[in-house]
Design a protein around this ligand. Structure first.
Ligand code: NAD
Length: 293
């Protein structure tokens, strides 16, 4: 049996850890939220009271934390953490390029194999075990971790060396953030033009407007059964996390001199949305801001 230390069991981490448990692995779960730890125990995981006990004796450590600061604070800053020999540390969080480089460099200096393996597919993909993993790191670490990632995802892509997974993720989420604003603007306009929104959805989802933000994650309730819009925008991918990702894309675009005008506009809209107190709502709730104007 493989022992996996899992750190950060929120909207994404919990269903991912549940799938690892279902695959027969022993899960040592750590989260700062006691309610989350109770839930983990209910799923047959071993709830831990510290990062160090979650890591102790683990063949793999998987983290799913909010940001780069969390990843560095939890797994890198403490040089007393006793990772097992041959342990592979897989960070699945979406984090900035600089923190990702520090994560790889510091742990590899301590002789630990590391992968950055951010995901796409949302909470639905995490629950269904159909996530796409974009992985950065050595061939050896990737080969070792692949069966673990396959228990949580459908598409496991080795993007390149350390950091390549995060680079791919930032670019992907720039598309998602921009396209969610585009879909929200179009649905809002369609309503104001007196269109039946179901009919407009049927047309756009089979026309050139078709995209994931429309057909898999519609911001308008009643069009796609699994969308967070049907649950009052609770759960899902928080607007504050989308803002974080769009800011990461802006930073990366500036440092590589790449034009990213729509990315910057989407970031400004999400910043206004978060300032209005909607940061914890799913990012598709951006449509509320447009509808209200
Ligand atoms: P979340 O806020 O629901 O979960 C984060 C979890 O980390 C929480 O349970 C929190 O208690 C825990 N945590 C925070 N600090 C901690 C610490 N110091 N030690 C241990 N646990 C700690 O966030 P999420 O939606 O699950 O997202 C997690 C990561 O996945 C983010 O980087 C996000 O960008 C990325 N992501 C999210 C989605 C999505 O649809 N939600 C999709 C793809 C990627």
């Amino acid at each position: 049996m493989t022992t996996i230390g899992f750190i950060g069991l929120g909207n994404m981490g919990m269903p991912m850890a549940v799938n690892l448990r279902k695959a027969g692995h022993e899960i040592k779960a750590f989260d700062t939220s006691p309610a989350v730890l109770d839930q983990a125990a209910g799923h047959g995981m071993k709830a831990q009271t510290s990062v160090s006990s979650a890591i102790e004796g683990a063949h793999f450590v998987v983290s799913m934390l909010p940001s780069g600061k969390h990843v560095l604070d939890v797994m890198v800053a403490n040089d007393k953490l006793a990772y097992a020999q041959d342990c592979v540390v897989i960070d699945c969080s979406t984090i900035d390029i600089a923190s990702c480089a520090t994560f790889h460099r510091t742990l590899s200096q301590r002789g630990i194999r590391t992968l950055d393996a951010p995901v796409s597919g949302g909470v639905g993909g995490a629950a269904a075990g159909t996530l796409t993993f974009m992985v950065g790191g050595s061939d050896e670490a990737f080969a070792q971790a692949r069966p673990i990632l396959q228990a949580m995802g459908k598409n496991i892509i080795h993007a390149g060396d350390a950091g390549a997974g995060q680079a791919a993720k930032i670019c992907n989420n720039m598309i998602t953030g921009i396209s969610m604003v585009a879909v929200s603007e179009a649905l809002n306009l369609a309503r104001r033009l007196g269109l039946d929104l179901q009919k407009f959805f049927d047309i756009a989802s089979t026309s050139s407007g078709q995209c994931w933000s429309l057909t898999s994650y519609s911001p308008e309730p009643g069009l796609v059964a699994t969308s967070p819009s049907n649950r009052g925008y609770e759960g899902g991918f928080a607007s504050e996390l989308m803002l974080k990702d769009l800011r990461l894309a802006e930073q990366a675009a500036m440092s590589s001199n790449a034009p990213a005008l729509l990315g910057a506009a989407a970031a400004s809209l999400y910043a206004m949305h978060c300032q209005a107190g909607k940061g914890r709502l799913d990012f598709s709730s951006i449509i509320q801001m447009l509808n209200a104007r």
